[in-house]
Design a protein around this ligand. Structure first.
Ligand SMILES: Cc1ncc(COP(=O)(O)O)c(C=O)c1O
Length: 377
């Protein structure tokens, strides 16, 4: 037995942090495509795109090989030029920075809100210069960015909805608000096609530019750069099954989030992830903010057989050399996040175990003055 493999409820394995929900229906769909003899990007991809466009209330949904490619081509389709400035949150998946650098734009980092870890409108506003072309606002871990406040500022915005398929704000799907928005179908995401992503828009000009950017083997005689970032009908067949199951996935994620919230809501100093007013969370991640050092709690949970994580994103100033002092909210939460496993295949026993073990770990870690419950066993 490896030392991180602990006995939990009769199983010699740790509860993983993430796990895709894939079953016989997805296997059958993939098998049918394999046996059809056509595995490239074809009719099944169009069917998946149409379903995705319908679900997200978008005229055009273009699927692509990853969420990172979706962001990169979205920036190209928006005609972002080298040295244009793009405002990004300082705490987010590195893909957002990679896409910005891939188009040679200048990343300008802004701080986050400690309430829900989304991009701070005030901080983003303070970073606007006459070179600013765009603000990328990810719906952090499934929590809607402040779309109404950004809209009121009149700043061009791109929703990164990689974590938020199925979530909403003001009864509209996340991913449907900005001129262009992006999704990811990587293996841990709300729905998965193994790898994959999508670009969503209502704008025919953007859709046309995307078609050109993806037309890498064109006979047209011009020297523009195009990319082979195609999807495959195998992925599309899996994606169509996953999309049909999305309501079931979201209901399961909400039930797990409620169970965790019930167990942890009265633990002093702990902030439970919640959607902003008029929004529905996807609960892609359940990231607690805790008063203790998260590394110690994570270690404790791992020893109890739960693969919790101290963070599920990156502090981008670590890569760019900006001073951490410029991002006080990021620094405030930096060592105080715990991401718990949350995905539909968790069993009721596992959910209960994670909830009670986390509660106990958090109460035990507190100093006597903080720990009003004083659990000692
Ligand atoms: C917010 C965000 N944007 C973009 C991406 C990139 O997606 P992909 O991994 O499909 O390239 C991720 C992925 O983890 C993400 O969390």
């Amino acid at each position: 037995m490896q030392n991180n493999r602990l006995d939990y409820a009769g199983q010699n394995s740790i509860i993983p942090h993430s796990r895709p929900t894939l079953g016989q229906a997805e296997a059958n769909a993939a098998r049918d495509v394999v046996l059809s003899g056509f595995v490239g990007q074809g009719e099944r991809t169009h069917i998946f795109e149409n379903a995705l466009g319908g679900f997200t209330e978008r005229r055009f949904a273009r699927v692509i090989n990853s969420g990172t490619s979706a962001l990169t081509l979205a920036l190209r389709a928006l005609d972002i030029q080298p040295h244009d400035e793009i405002i990004l949150p300082a705490f987010v998946c590195r893909a957002v920075l990679n896409a910005t650098l891939a188009v040679q734009a200048k990343p300008v980092l802004a701080d986050i809100e400690t309430s829900d870890l989304t991009l701070s409108v005030d901080s983003a506003q303070s970073k606007i210069s006459n070179r600013t072309r765009l603000v990328i606002a990810p719906h952090m871990f499934g929590a809607s960015a402040a779309l109404d406040k950004f809209a009121a500022l009149g700043i061009p915005l791109l929703e990164d909805a990689a974590s938020s398929l199925g979530a909403s704000f003001q009864n509209k799907p996340l991913g449907s608000f900005t001129r262009v928005s992006t999704l990811s179908f990587a293996s841990t995401k709300i729905i998965t096609t193994g790898q994959g992503g999508a670009i969503l828009t209502n704008d025919a000009l953007i859709a046309e530019r995307l078609a050109q950017l993806g037309d890498y083997d064109s006979v047209a005689r011009n020297a523009r750069v195009a990319y082979n970032v195609q999807f495959s009908d195998i992925q599309a067949a899996i994606g169509s099954v996953q999309l049909a199951r999305l309501p079931e996935f979201l209901a399961a994620r909400h039930a797990i989030a409620s169970a965790y919230a019930r167990a942890l809501t009265d633990v002093p100093g702990v902030k439970i992830p919640r959607a902003r007013e008029n929004a529905i969370h996807s609960y892609y991640r359940f990231v607690l903010q805790i008063p203790q050092d998260s590394a110690r709690i994570v270690e404790k949970l791992r020893r109890a057989g739960i693969d919790a994580r101290a963070t599920a994103a990156h502090f981008l100033y670590d890569y760019l050399g900006d001073s951490p002092n410029a991002f006080p909210h990021c620094e405030q939460i930096r060592n105080h996040l715990v991401s718990l496993p949350i995905y539909p295949t968790l069993t009721d026993t596992q959910i209960e175990y994670i909830a009670t073990t986390t509660r106990r770990a958090l109460l035990q870690r507190m100093t006597p003055t903080q720990n009003i419950y004083a659990i000692t066993n």
